[in-house]
Design a protein around this ligand. Structure first.
Ligand SMILES: Cc1cc2nc3c(=O)[nH]c(=O)nc-3n(C[C@H](O)[C@H](O)[C@H](O)COP(=O)(O)OP(=O)(O)OC[C@H]3O[C@@H](n4cnc5c(N)ncnc54)[C@H](O)[C@@H]3O)c2cc1C
Length: 532
């Protein structure tokens, strides 16, 4: 390896949406970061279109303003069978944790907004048209070889290397990670069109064994269609505008429709065996790919970025032991695998093999919906895996009240002592925080614990029930029921990680013990147990 040698704390290979989200989060922590991409600009192919409330909450944590990119709130997802009729419906109206349950968006707009945000962080640099061509994990750093599009080679030394380089990840291959799972036999034509007449406002899956066709509305006057190719149909033939217009003609007069983007894809359901090795970590499509039937590929990547960013920042700052980085794989991999399983199940509903299977499968689903409890379960997204960890970086314990260790603290609206109304995550900030419910939990900390907590970046905050006001500057009044009384009653407290995972909780009178146990977990040097 030759050329100029640069040193950074984190080198992110891949400036797609997941690499950009990680760079933005690291920028918030002031971590010296270099993000590179072999492409000179963002990819324009039609890919992610839907984001859920969890993704929007993570984007909130990056510091992205709510109006930074356009979105359309989707009220429902309908599943139709030509033989059975409506056999599935998900109610996506309303908010969870301060964000709509489901929105559609235009991926290039989100990527542009994230890149603008990254550019605002002095500690982050972005090099475009720069390819990673190899690296060596030296044990105490990673030496990475880069090549600019003009041919110039450069060497960068990073404390940590992140592979955010997409499904074909070179980083993943270089650390010898298999990518187990399956590749579907069918190809799909994806079309984004503009000026589509009508007032279609939701997501609809037409689960026709002859030609499954999900379609949905998107910002900018766009509609997305996804058509499964039939045997014998070719990419060249299907990507032609006249073919696309004839496919669209059953929905609208195609004279005014403008075909903006089109591409034929083959979907995959794959996950690697470990999300990290030594000083190298995989995030986003580099670690897992899923068919898009539940719109969770990018969302899963954002969860990776949120989980990893604060851990890297804490270790780099010397405020936590490197052993906490083991928990990234332990926490993220099982959840990513569950989402892939859900997408595969959904694929079976969307792509019945033939008419008989369609009648059987869709008919059974329709029959199950006659049972109110099951209908509620499906309608209210009960099948979606919860973002909570069976194992990882939290103090294990039984759930008491509405909080669960290893799961996310809910988000609600709060009002500060100066009258400002904000989402509670913004009050929690981007560090570790001791939250007291209706009580100043920090008053129970011994001076030495308080000092140790502050030394690892911990702060404290008090939430007060609606109507009780917020007098002190670190107190906030809850304006809805999400946090108080639903999550916890007066007198409780929780230690919350920067990614909003509950690390520990208990009576506020025991805050000193809870905080000391949390500090011990974060600063202990032994490697953690690994989930199978
Ligand atoms: C049709 C379709 C529909 C989808 N719908 C949804 C949806 O509704 N919701 C959802 O959440 N997800 C959806 N997804 C998935 C989503 O698009 C992806 O999960 C997401 O774009 C992955 O982002 P990423 O940053 O991990 O990878 P990518 O966006 O692939 O970015 C990887 C980057 O790494 C760069 N790179 C690669 N190798 C190197 C190298 N050696 N050196 C430097 N740079 C390199 C590439 O140029 C690229 O810019 C969909 C996907 C498809 C195909």
């Amino acid at each position: 390896m030759h050329g100029t040698i640069e040193s950074v704390d984190v080198l992110v290979v891949g400036y797609g949406p997941v690499g950009a989200a990680l760079a933005a989060l690291l920028g918030r922590y002031g971590v010296s970061t270099l993000v590179i991409d072999k492409a000179a600009d963002i990819l324009m192919s039609p890919r992610a279109i839907a984001l859920d409330n969890e993704a929007l909450r993570i984007l909130q944590a990056t510091g992205l303003a709510e109006d930074a990119f356009d979105r359309i709130v989707i009220p429902q997802v309908r599943m139709l069978c030509p033989h059975v009729g409506l056999f599935g419906r998900v109610n996506t109206r309303g908010d969870i944790d301060g964000h709509p349950k489901l929105v559609t968006f235009y991926q290039p707009d989100l990527e542009r907004a994230l890149r603008a945000l990254v550019a605002s962080h002095a500690s982050v640099r972005a090099w475009l048209a720069t390819e990673m061509i190899g690296f060596v994990d030296e044990g105490d750093c990673v030496t990475v070889a880069l090549r600019e599009s003009g041919g110039r080679e450069r060497t960068v030394r990073a404390r940590y290397l992140i592979g955010a380089d997409g499904a074909g990840s070179q980083v993943r291959k270089a650390i010898g990670q298999g990518f187990t799972g399956r590749t579907y036999a069918e190809d799909w034509l994806i079309v984004d069109a503009r000026n589509v007449p009508g007032d279609f406002d939701h997501v609809e899956f037409i689960c026709d064994s002859q030609r499954p066709t999900p379609h949905m509305v998107a910002p900018g006057g766009r509609t997305r269609w996804e058509f499964m190719l039939r045997p014998g149909e070719t990419r060249e033939q299907m990507e032609r505008d006249d073919t696309i217009k004839s496919l669209l003609s059953q929905w609208a007069n195609t004279d005014d429709i403008r075909i903006e983007r089109k591409a034929v894809y083959r979907f995959h359901a794959r996950c690697c065996e470990r999300f990290s090795r030594g000083r190298v970590f995989l995030i986003g499509d580099a670690a897992h790919v899923t068919p898009p039937f539940v719109g969770q590929g990018l969302v899963a990547g954002l969860r990776d970025a949120m989980n990893l960013a604060w851990k890297l920042a804490s270790v780099i700052d010397g405020r936590a032991a490197p052993a906490i980085l083991d928990s990234y794989d332990i926490e993220r991999r099982p959840h990513a695998a569950k989402m892939i399983r859900l997408a595969k199940f959904m694929g079976k509903l969307v792509m019945p093999r033939n008419k008989l299977m369609a009648i059987l499968v869709h008919g059974s689903m329709a029959a199950l919906r006659l049972l109110p409890a099951l209908r509620r379960h499906f309608d209210e997204l009960g099948v979606k895996p919860k973002n909570e960890f069976p194992d990882g970086l939290f103090v294990r314990g039984r759930r008491r009240g509405g909080l669960k260790r290893g799961a996310q603290i809910p988000q609600g609206l709060v009002r500060g002592s100066d009258g400002t109304v904000l989402l509670s995550d913004d009050a929690l900030g981007s560090g570790l925080v001791l939250v007291g419910f209706g009580v100043d939990a920090s008053a129970h900390l011994a001076p030495a614990t308080r000092q140790a907590w502050s030394a690892i970046g911990g702060s404290s905050l008090q939430l007060r029930a609606y109507g009780t006001g917020a007098s002190a500057s670190e107190a906030y009044e809850c304006l809805d029921i999400q946090l108080m009384p639903r999550a916890a009653a007066t007198g409780w407290c929780a230690v919350v990680r920067p990614d909003r995972t509950v690390l520990h909780d208990g009576p506020a009178s025991e805050a000193d013990r809870l905080v000391r146990a949390s500090i011990d977990l974060l600063t202990r040097h032994e490697p953690r147990s690994r989930a199978a």
